[in-house]
Design a protein around this ligand. Structure first.
Ligand code: NDP
Length: 476
């Protein structure tokens, strides 16, 4: 029997769709799943692609079905299962074989796995895949980390299955060891911020302007034709238009307001903090999900405090406030993306990855959850100035911020006066107001630190006296 050119372990939601995508692009693929029933079901449902698939029920059979040197994608639950699976697989592998972890790994695990195999005849790639079920099946965005040599050996097959933006593949080698999984983590962090900001705008439309779900759907539909055009806005329009088959009510109105999370948002915040980068939009989004999950506490608190009176919304009878909401979302998005890219720039220095910012923006333009028109503009900005300190100060984005920050200010202040929570939108505004102010207020913090801890400070006049006259003797 003709051997497969690639193997895949893990026929869950992502793995089965990725395997069908690989088969459809003309690549012969061997597949294996811990529970063999899933392999049988997958093969039985593969239809005309079955001819490209070799279903295997043991690891021995699976490895033998792939032509060496073997690229093997592992698409299973992240964490310990990946280590367990690699341990079970290794005895069957031979020199030159590549294990590719395509799950949502923590990049620190990826570096550890990469280092463990570094001096062995085997190779490890950590690969971030975005786009959910649909992306996996028809073209995801793929972020690869590992040696350049190992990338070259999988480049053809990964290019064939990736999403395309105007014909350009949304896959790239981003750097050594954990680079791919780090970039995927920050992608998810930005996705958290994007979703939180959309939800906050939805809250203003629902609780401030008192619009119904179908009415709000139309607003998002209109915005999707403008500068906010993106997958997340598109699905928001669709979600808000859907009805619950059981109650007949809008589907969103019968969904519990408690959001889940699997960890990549939290990792983004932790890594931003470790690197000393302010990622306030992602922080607000993760905190927003945490508070959302405390449903019982919130219901109890509402009984104590009640809800504040909504102030009269400006432009409720016209379009002006809706325009403000659209522009506010755009302004806030810019801050969140600028923060995400700043985290990646810092990580690139810290881990020696040399992350290519224009390429990252490029491969996020299609296939992934945050795909948008906006990312094409980010691609252009970083292509013109790949080493810029912050996306906000690139000429194109500086102009966009200048056009939209007034709207963000009006929206945040209106929401605040109405008691409508907008933590991510407000964080974006404060981030911008802090970033654009040459003389901040940390002089006071430095004075306090010097007062109680003799930490010293720098002076604005360059005079060589670095402690204040606090009268303690020690500091005077
Ligand atoms: P599913 O829950 O659909 O499938 C999980 C898979 O992992 C199954 O094949 C399961 O095998 C296997 N598995 C679980 N534990 C072990 C173990 N100890 N040893 C071997 N195999 C094991 O998950 P998804 O397909 O959604 O996710 C797979 C990976 O992709 C995860 O890392 C996820 O974070 C990531 N991801 C998911 C996305 C999504 O939208 N769902 C998007 C991008 C990445 P069995 O059938 O035997 O239980």
């Amino acid at each position: 029997m003709e051997q497969a050119e690639i193997g895949l372990i893990g026929l869950g939601v992502m793995g089965s769709n990725l395997a069908l995508n690989i088969a459809e692009k003309g690549n012969k693929i061997a597949v294996f799943n811990r529970t063999p029933e899933a392999t049988r079901k997958f093969y039985a449902e593969a239809g005309e692609l079955a001819g490209q698939i070799i279903p295997c029920e043991t690891l021995e059979e699976f490895v033998a079905a792939i032509r060496p040197p073997r690229p093997i994608i592992i698409m299973i639950k992240a964490g310990d299962p990946v280590d367990q699976q690699m341990k079970l697989l290794e005895p069957y592998l031979s020199s030159g074989d590549i294990m590719i972890d395509a799950g949502n790994a923590n990049f620190r695990d990826t570096i550890r796995r990469f280092d463990t195999l570094k001096d062995s005849p085997l190779t490890f790639i950590g690969m971030g895949v975005s786009g959910g079920e649909e992306g996996a099946r028809h073209g995801p965005s793929i972020m690869v980390g590992g040696t350049e040599d190992s990338w070259k050996r999988v480049e053809k097959v990964l290019t064939s299955i990736s999403a395309k933006f105007n014909g350009e593949p949304c896959v790239a080698w981003l750097g050594n060891d954990g680079a791919g999984h780090f970039v995927k983590t920050i992608h998810n962090g930005i996705e958290y911020a994007d979703m939180q900001m959309i939800a906050e705008i939805y809250g203003i439309l629902r609780d401030g302007l008192k619009l119904s779900a179908p009415e709000i759907s139309k607003v998002f539909g209109r915005w999707n034709e403008g500068r906010l055009n993106s997958y997340l806005i598109e699905i928001t329009e669709k979600v808000l238009a859907a009805n619950d088959p059981i109650s007949g009510k809008p589907m969103v109105d019968v969904i519990l307001d408690a959001a889940g999370q699997k960890g990549t948002g939290k990792w983004s915040v932790i890594e931003a903090q470790n690197l000393g980068v302010a990622a306030t939009g992602i922080e607000a989004a993760v905190a927003g999900r945490v508070l959302s999950s405390q449903k019982e506490e919130r219901v109890a608190a509402e009984k104590i405090f009640g809800l504040p009176q909504t102030v009269a919304m400006p432009g409720t009878d016209g379009l002006s406030f809706l325009d403000d909401l659209e522009n506010a979302l755009l302004a806030a998005k810019i801050a969140a993306y600028a923060q995400g890219f700043a985290v990646m720039a810092a990580a690139s220095k810290e881990y020696g990855w040399n992350l290519p910012m224009p390429t990252i923006a490029k491969i996020w333009r299609a296939g992934c959850i945050i795909r948008s028109q906006f990312l094409d503009e980010i691609t252009s900005a970083f292509t013109k100035d790949p080493d810029v300190a912050n996306l906000i100060v690139t000429p194109a984005f500086a102009q966009l911020v200048q056009e939209t920050d007034g709207a963000l200010r009006r929206v945040v202040s209106t929401a605040v006066m109405s008691g409508l929570p907008v933590p991510a939108l407000a964080s974006a505004l404060s981030y911008f107001d802090t970033y654009r102010r040459g003389r901040g207020t940390a002089n006071l913090i430095q004075a306090q630190r010097d007062f109680f801890g003799a930490h010293g400070f720098d002076r604005v006049d360059g005079v060589d006296k670095h402690h204040g006259p606090w009268g303690s003797g020690l500091n005077a």
